[in-house]
Design a protein. Structure first.
Length: 291
């Protein structure tokens, strides 16, 4: 009798293990009682030609005086100076500071973080962030950084980030043309941990004469001849996805196990278990079982 019970338990265990190993998805007709929801932002994108702030002439003059200046930094100025000036008039942040931070934090748009997330200001996720994110080694391994569809969104968020946090409030009492005080103030407020952060910003501003863009008045933006500087402007729409609305996820460019888990309200460990993953490595086009 004991022998029969042993064989019965063995067969049952084998059957359960076999079922667990299959990747076939069985959809239950029974309605789930789960109410968990994750907000996923989608973007409507319109293209907008920004007014010139004479950045082409600015870069040309810099090259004449110093042929050893960084090519990528000059390209960055040419591309984003207009946006920095517009943000200056909207949020009262000096254009020179915005440009210098963008250049420094993103390596003139060429850093690994900037390339994979369009995050040009090194802004971490922080509490309350519900947008896309990427993991990147910074002060610690696998730190969470904000991810944007477009670089222009990073500029928008940078301005919003500084103007909505109390620790940066004192900066807006500093004169707009005092870029040195702004640079030191950002470090004092805790924007960066690098003790040489102010000096690095000031050096960029003075080397590339970014302070010239602080002098551009709002009314002057309408006087400049338009240049083909195209920047994407995002309008946010919200789509609600419940954890019960999908059984499979097809991995897209930029996806990580962390971002997928957050999107569907699951844990990374659960997704790895369901898909028998031994590491966090996934590939584009891979089908991941969620339920």
């Amino acid at each position: 009798m004991k022998l029969q019970s042993f064989f019965l338990m063995l067969i049952t265990s084998f059957f359960l293990l076999s079922c667990g190993g299959k990747k076939t998805i069985v959809k239950s007709k029974k309605k789930s009682s789960s109410k968990s929801e994750v907000i996923v932002e989608k973007e409507d994108v319109s293209l907008k030609k920004l007014p010139s702030v004479d950045q082409a002439s600015h870069v040309k003059n810099l090259k004449k005086k110093n042929s050893n200046l960084n090519k990528y930094t000059l390209d960055y100025i040419k591309t984003y100076a207009s946006l920095a000036v517009i943000k200056m008039h909207e949020y009262k942040i000096p254009a020179s500071i915005t440009l210098a931070q963008g250049i420094l934090e993103s390596g003139s748009g060429r850093s690994t973080l900037a390339r994979k997330s369009n995050n040009h200001f090194g802004i971490k996720c922080h509490a309350g962030w519900e947008g896309d994110q990427v993991l990147h080694d910074d002060d610690e391994d696998d730190e969470c950084f904000r991810k944007y569809t477009y670089v222009s969104s990073s500029f928008n968020d940078h301005s919003n980030f500084l103007t909505t946090r109390n620790r940066y409030a004192f900066l807006f009492k500093i004169k707009r043309n005092d870029y040195k005080a702004w640079a030191k103030g950002l470090k004092k407020a805790g924007y960066a941990t690098d003790r040489k952060y102010p000096q690095k910003l000031i050096s960029l501003i003075e080397t590339y004469k970014l302070y010239e863009f602080d002098k551009v008045k709002e009314r002057d933006l309408k006087k400049w001849k338009k240049e083909p500087v195209v920047v994407e402007v995002e309008e946010k729409k919200v789509e609600v996805i419940t954890t019960d609305s999908a059984s499979l996820h097809t991995v897209k460019k930029g996806d990580t196990l962390y971002s997928i888990a957050k999107k569907y309200g699951l844990s990374v460990a659960l997704i790895k278990q369901k898909n028998k993953l031994k590491s966090n490595q996934i590939y584009i086009g891979q089908k991941l079982v969620l339920k």
